[in-house]
Design a protein around this ligand. Structure first.
Ligand code: ADP
Ligand code: MG
Length: 670
């Protein structure tokens, strides 16, 4: 049975004032039907202001006020071009206040001296410090101001669909609110403290108080959670039936695969590899996140997963977020694959045409068993004959849609994600249904310790002496500048390279790599640095992730205040990869001293990631908040969990939401 869906509500063109042109614009907001409009979550609420006299308003800078007063005089001032300022001086018995509008020259004809007007706006201060109503709305007979002491919704808008129009349309749609299909039981609504959809719509579009509004927003977010879970669980259920490649690896084969690696696994690595081995042996596709700080050896696990799948008759892709990292994976792993008799190839944006077509053909015919690469692997041109596993290295550097796209290159693809940044549980739940997590804590044995220091400009001289010592001892140096060329504030990598080339250190060999460099040249220079032919590498943050040169013991970062905590920690991971002690030396402004001090004090990536999360907020990390739906990964965890359980235990409910998705004419992007 297919339940009714919200889409049975009429198209937005049924509303007064919406023709095909506006319908197209509304579609940009994801609004196609009246139902969509009813469930459009405002971004926030705005106060309609309190009624105030001129004197009271002047006294409440920062607040929103509604003032009825006489226009004592007006002034129009052209700033040049189409820029202008219109000022009205308002008066009542209590006193006076100004009001300002910008670039609205027509107001000269509608706000006349001596008239009585009502305006509503935020009270600000002029440059001279006088209180003023900043671009207030003017009430008219046809369009009166909203009642004072209330709230108004503020919607996301697009060009051509303004705030006022949207407010009007949403209110108009409310007539149909009772036709919204309520699928959530009263019992569950009570448990989660949620209103019905119809109540939620009324509160969203005609809000009376912020608390009620918050509950209504959650009700709509819950709809999104349910739809998402319905889709995820269907995906998982169809795979239960068994389309993932079952990779059985015998103990002898297992040992042989590990024997390909140039080192013995750490205890943590061995445990995780065992987990991956078990996952791969099932028909149900693996969904595993490998969390491990920089340098804990995640690549070895990724390698194992790829080789095991290839040996088991499937194809594997390993995607990395930067070309540099993909190239390095290729340089390190290709010989290991070859030793195992497995054919591998590299595909990035810089892969030459002939090689590209060889890799594409190899993947499509099944001849190529493993492809390493970047986002280029996500292209529609990439088709795999029998993709069995996708490994996404440094998964947080890929977008949500990208991660999903890779999975769609095969049926029931096993997935291994690696990250040095813990992934919020909500995110895992909402993208993958759920995710098993493996953690690598232990670092490979025999590593030197890494000391981090925040240096002063005046330490520059001494630094050169220190670098000279390290270089004489046969060690190598990374020198990082945030930008390619110098800006007005900071120095660039090109200048740093030039300076080092003229310094007493030049004879150690100084090379430069950055993102704008030709790929061939970049690979050549990185290879020269890796081999020790050149022993100083000047770079932008292109080397942030992955680059692995164990002889490098010193990392110098200039302009470190331009880089975030997590980024600096990742960069620091470039050193401390050999047995010698290493140094991470930061030059940066005191404005970022807190960050530098934290780095001096800890090298625990999880602690740093947590701090980073606190500072930057969750939204930037996962793109979930921006993706709309008003879902807040921190506040709405209970909704995600409840949706997961509800869909799992109620097939009819799942069916209803899947029906709605199908009617939408496609997959809901997670
Ligand atoms: P990350 O977790 O940051 O991706 P990598 O996989 O790049 O770390 O490993 C970092 C370095 O440690 C590499 O040079 C790798 O060869 C080395 N390594 C990894 N595992 C071990 C191990 N068990 N014993 C010795 N060295 C190891
Ligand atoms: Mg890595």
């Amino acid at each position: 049975m297919k339940a009714d869906t919200q889409d049975t509500l009429a198209s937005v063109t049924e509303l007064a004032g919406v023709g095909p042109a506006r319908a197209r614009l509304l579609a940009l907001l994801g609004v196609r039907t009246v139902g969509d409009l009813l469930l459009l979550s405002p971004l926030r609420l705005e106060s309609t202001g309190c009624r105030a006299t001129c004197a009271e308003a002047a006294d409440r800078v920062g607040a929103v006020a509604q003032v009825t007063a006489r226009v004592a005089r007006t002034r129009f001032f052209r700033r040049g071009g189409r820029q202008s300022v219109f000022t009205a001086y308002l008066e009542d018995e209590s006193g006076a206040i100004e009001a300002h509008w910008f670039n609205q020259s027509w107001l000269r004809e509608s706000v006349m001296e001596d008239a009585q007007i009502t305006v509503a706006g935020r009270v600000g201060l002029t440059k001279k410090g006088r209180p003023t109503l900043v671009v207030p709305r003017i009430g008219t007979e046809e369009k009166p101001l909203p009642a004072p002491d209330g709230w108004e919704p503020v919607y996301p808008t697009v060009d051509g669909i303004g705030q006022g129009l949207l407010r009007g349309l949403c209110r108009q749609a409310l007539d149909l609110a009772d036709e919204l299909d309520e699928r959530v039981s009263a019992e569950m609504r009570t448990r989660l403290g949620l209103p019905t959809l119809a109540e939620a719509a009324r509160v969203l579009h005609e809000p009376r108080d912020p608390q009620e509004f918050a509950a209504a927003r959650r009700r709509v977010a819950f709809e999104d959670c349910l739809a998402m879970q319905a889709r995820l669980q269907r995906r998982a259920a169809t795979s239960e039936g068994g389309d993932a490649l079952e990779v059985e690896t015998s103990d002898a084969q297992h040992a042989a695969l590990l024997g390909l690696l140039p080192f013995t696994l750490t205890g943590d690595q061995a445990r995780v590899v065992e987990e991956v081995r078990c996952d791969l042996a099932r028909r149900r596709p693996m969904r595993r996140l490998l969390q491990g700080d920089v340098g804990t050896g995640k690549t070895a696990v990724a390698f194992y997963a790829c080789v095991a799948a290839a040996r088991g008759g499937g194809q594997a892709v390993l995607a990395a977020p930067t070309e540099l990292l993909a190239e390095q994976h290729h340089a390190v792993l290709a010989p290991l694959f070859e030793a195992a008799g497995i054919k591998s190839g590299l595909l990035t944006g810089s892969t030459p045409a002939r090689e590209r077509s060889r890799v594409l053909k190899g993947l499509a015919t099944g001849e190529l068993e493993v492809a390493l690469g970047t986002h280029a692997l996500l292209s529609n041109k990439v088709r795999c004959e029998r993709l069995a596993i996708a490994v996404i290295d440094e998964q947080h550097r890929f977008g949500v849609a990208q991660r999903t796209r890779l999975l769609e290159k095969g049926r029931d693809v096993h997935v291994l994600l690696t990250t040095a940044t813990p992934i919020p549980r909500t995110l895992a739940l909402s993208i993958y249904g759920d995710l098993a997590v493996s953690v690598l804590k232990e670092r490979p044995p025999g590593r030197g310790k890494v000391t981090t220091r925040w240096l002063k400009k005046s330490d520059g001289e001494r630094l050169h002496g220190f670098l000279s010592e390290r270089l004489e001892a046969g060690e190598q140096v990374f020198w990082v500048a945030p930008r390619i060329a110098a800006g007005s504030e900071e120095r660039g990598a090109i200048e740093a390279h030039a300076r080092l080339c003229e310094s007493a250190l030049a004879h150690h060999g100084v090379l430069l790599v950055h993102g704008a460099l030709d790929a061939g040249l970049r690979q050549e220079r990185l290879a020269a640095f890796r081999s020790g032919e050149a022993r100083i590498l000047v770079a932008t943050t292109v080397i942030e992730v992955g680059v692995d040169v164990p002889q490098a013991t010193v990392l110098v970062v200039e302009g470190a205040e331009h880089l975030g905590l997590a980024q600096l920690h990742q960069l620091r991971g470039r050193v401390g990869r050999g047995s010698a002690d290493s140094w991470c030396l930061l030059f940066g402004k005191a404005s970022a001293s807190e960050r530098f001090e934290l780095l001096e004090h800890t090298d625990d990536g999880f602690e740093i990631a947590e701090e980073d999360l606190k500072r930057r907020g969750m939204g930037e990390l996962d793109g979930l908040r921006q993706s709309g739906g008003g879902l807040d990964p921190e506040e709405d965890l209970d909704l995600l969990l409840a949706a997961r359980d509800a869909i799992a235990s109620d097939p009819a409910l799942a069916e209803a939401y899947l029906g709605a998705l199908e009617l939408e004419g496609g997959e809901l992007s997670p």
